[in-house]
Design a protein around this ligand. Structure first.
Ligand SMILES: Nc1ncnc2c1ncn2[C@@H]1O[C@H](COP(=O)(O)OP(=O)(O)O)[C@@H](O)[C@H]1O
Ligand SMILES: [Mg+2]
Length: 384
């Protein structure tokens, strides 16, 4: 009996409380979660926290998206500033969940993507995990993407494996759609098969346009877009981007979908009202997702949306309409609330889960998603 006991112990060795910290391409701030994982049980959320980025940090992160002078120093300093914000988030998670640092097995900290070039063999998420470990006295796990890229994968998306464990269903084929700065989908077939990839720009461009014409960081509840009308010729030009036609595995970021990209596409459309452009960017987000669902998951029975875009009713309606006209009519679109997980918790939960996988020395990627040579243990550990 003793060997069996040993195996059971080792299976449960990674059980415990984990923090997940996600700050994505929207660069709005860091979403944090405190969660208890026990093998075979549903995750139990203990606390959540959001810490926004001040304008100065946002600007520093934006300027690091392109090559520039003295960028190594600027990236290092921005990494330090990020660690400070991440630490505030962790202290709030400790307080709100009433747990001590010793009780937390590890923090899964994504960092801030400043370059994503899997085709060149690298992806860079800046942060300072050593400083975060120093400030929290908790093990920090960082750099989740590099090992997948090293094994020939896209390094993204990494959330599908987690989606499969919490949202997979034997009853229906589902799509989980994350609307962050970039959109990505996970197709969860009722057979257990999983696929996932980035579809294109979401809030990254919506925020950019809102910032330019409203002077606000985002288009609250899609009101700006709602005042405009979709301009089909512009939409056609935007959709004429090779990335949309590319076969998965594929991933993207601000390396492609940025202000330069948009301004180049807008040549000849200068007379359009800003609200019409915003409405068209909403349609671009919706149509680029609907097309991928139609192409790769025509048997999909339901779409569940997560990420900040789930809070934009105009975007949600546009997605429903795009599916309707895109050949997968009648597929209901709801948020992951319908599956028991609030939309803003999904991504940070995924990084807490990835931290647990690393502690357990179990894979975090899916080769069918990223195109990696195989499943790999992801992340680098910075001990407390
Ligand atoms: N009430 C809202 N109305 C419209 N958009 C919203 C709302 N709340 C959040 N968002 C959008 O969600 C974005 C943040 O989404 P998030 O999932 O954190 O993305 P990321 O993972 O890229 O950081 C914001 O930048 C904004 O565009
Ligand atoms: Mg965010």
């Amino acid at each position: 009996m003793a060997p069996r006991q040993t195996q059971r112990d080792s299976e449960h060795a990674a059980d415990g409380v984990y923090f997940g910290l996600m700050s994505g391409t929207s660069m709005d701030g860091v979403d944090g979660i405190s969660v208890r994982f026990e093998k075979g049980q549903k995750p139990v959320v203990l606390a959540e926290a959001f810490v926004g980025f001040a304008a100065g940090l946002r600007e520093a992160l934006f300027s690091l998206q392109q090559p520039g002078e003295n960028e190594i120093e600027r990236a290092s300093l921005a990494g330090n500033a990020l660690a400070a914000r991440y630490a505030v988030c962790c202290h709030e998670l400790l307080r709100a969940g009433n747990v001590s640092p010793e009780e937390v097995r590890a923090i899964g900290a994504h960092g801030q993507t400043v370059r994503h070039r899997p085709e060149k063999g690298y992806t860079v998420q800046i942060q300072n995990p050593a400083l975060l470990a120093e400030l929290t006295r908790i093990d920090v796990i960082a750099d989740f993407r590099s090992r997948d890229v090293a094994s020939g994968g896209q390094g993204a998306p990494l959330v599908p494996a987690f989606h499969a464990t919490v949202f997979g269903s034997r009853q229906e084929t589902r799509v989980v759609c994350n609307l962050g700065g970039i959109s990505n989908i996970t197709i969860l077939w009722n057979t257990g098969a999983v696929r996932g990839f980035d579809c294109g720009p979401a809030n990254a461009l919506l925020d950019l346009w809102a910032e330019r014409y409203l002077g606000k960081p985002y288009d609250e509840n899609g009101q700006f877009a709602a005042r405009g009308t979709l301009h089909q010729p512009l939409l056609n030009v935007l959709l004429d981007e090779p990335f949309f036609a590319q076969q998965p595995p594929k991933s993207t970021g601000r390396d492609l979908f940025n202000a330069q990209w948009l301004d180049a596409k807008l040549k000849g459309f200068e007379s359009l009202a800003p609200a019409d452009v915003q409405a068209t960017l909403v349609a671009l987000t919706a149509v680029s997702i609907a097309r991928e669902i139609e192409r790769h998951a025509p048997d999909c029975r339901a779409v569940y949306v997560c990420g900040g875009g789930a809070r934009n009713p105009v975007l949600m309606q546009a997605l429903e309409k795009a599916l309707e006209t895109g050949g997968v009519a009648g597929v209901p679109v709801s948020t992951t609330d319908a599956l028991g997980v609030p939309p803003h918790q999904v991504e940070p939960l995924a990084f807490a889960w990835l931290a647990m996988q690393c502690v357990a020395r179990e894979p975090g990627n899916l080769a069918t998603v990223t195109g990696a040579a195989g499943e790999r243990v992801l992340g680098a550990i910075y001990p407390r």
